[in-house]
Design a protein. Structure first.
Length: 295
């Protein structure tokens, strides 16, 4: 089974072009199942039955694995056995009728517009990396970028004059995203006044650099956002993706079409974007309860 897993991960990387994180997660899930199967004397893929898969997942659930984690394992198993069947390594797919666990849908947290302003205003241009940090947070909120998209942004994909940036999202898919007026202003200040001073002999074309002239990491971006939020006096836990959630929610509140928000966020499925309609309906209910005499 281990040899088939290696071949499958290679297929995900070369033929499907899926991200390193996706490959790592899938490998982890399949190797965990492989270990379980070996302990239960089922060492070849031909011997795996639907009952084996159900027993394995039941054991993972009893071990306290969250439904979201079990879903990832089920997806990894299903696509693995589908691949084995299509390549005719096995005659029948034992995972074909394996159901995905039902998931609770958690509404994403957001910051209100007042907190967003407090957050952005907490960064001073005179700080050591103030121009860079302000430009990053303005872009996270103003364009709804993922943390990985922001740190991976390249100069050649940035068109400030046209107000657009091309970013690479999940599954190596690229999309064009508008860069608003305030974001453009902060980006221009950073690119003209600060970034040239950060460039070193081995600096690449990444827009945002660290103090050594290298690409900024997502870990450092998280740290910066948390530091700025603390300085701004925001008690809620603030992280880069919270600005993306706020971007989408504020667009919806302002009357933007859900399909446009889907395109801006780079969601492959509209159902992923629809979560923000629940956020907005929750806000409306809250306002109704607070201000209506019969609320």
């Amino acid at each position: 089974m281990k040899d088939f897993i290696e071949s499958f991960i290679l297929y995900l990387a070369t033929e499907r072009g899926l991200s390193d994180n996706y490959q790592l997660s899938t490998r982890r899930s399949l190797e965990c199942f492989c270990g379980w199967a070996t302990k239960h004397d089922v060492e070849t893929v031909e011997k795996i039955t639907l009952k084996n898969l159900q027993d394995y997942l039941a054991e993972r659930k009893r071990a306290g694995l969250a439904a979201s984690s079990i879903k990832l394992e089920v997806v990894a198993i299903k696509i693995f056995f589908r691949w084995l069947t299509v390549r005719k390594f096995i005659p029948l797919d034992p995972a074909e009728v394996l159901p995905l666990p039902r998931m609770e849908r958690y509404l994403p947290e957001t910051l209100n517009e007042n907190d967003i302003m407090k957050l952005l205003d907490a960064i001073g241009d005179e700080e050591e990396f103030g121009l860079r940090n302000r430009a990053m947070l303005e872009l996270l909120y103003g364009s709804g970028l993922r943390a990985s998209e922001l740190v991976g942004a390249k100069l050649e994909n940035l068109d400030l004059e046209g107000g657009m940036i091309r970013v690479t999202g999940k599954g190596n898919k690229t999309r064009l995203v508008p860069v608003g007026g305030k974001s453009r202003e902060c980006m221009e200040a950073y690119l003209n006044r600060m970034r040239p001073q950060m460039v070193k002999p081995r600096t690449g074309s990444e827009v945002f650099l660290n103090r050594f002239g290298r690409k900024l990491t997502t870990v450092r971006l998280w740290q910066i956002v948390k530091e700025v939020a603390k300085r701004a006096g925001i008690e809620k836990a603030v992280y880069p993706h919270l600005l993306r959630h706020s971007f989408a929610t504020h667009l919806l509140t302002g009357g933007a079409d859900l399909r446009i928000i889907q395109e801006l966020l780079g969601h492959a499925d509209i159902s992923t974007t629809q979560i923000y309609t629940h956020v907005e309906s929750g806000r409306l209910k809250s306002v109704h309860r607070q201000f209506h005499p019969r609320g």
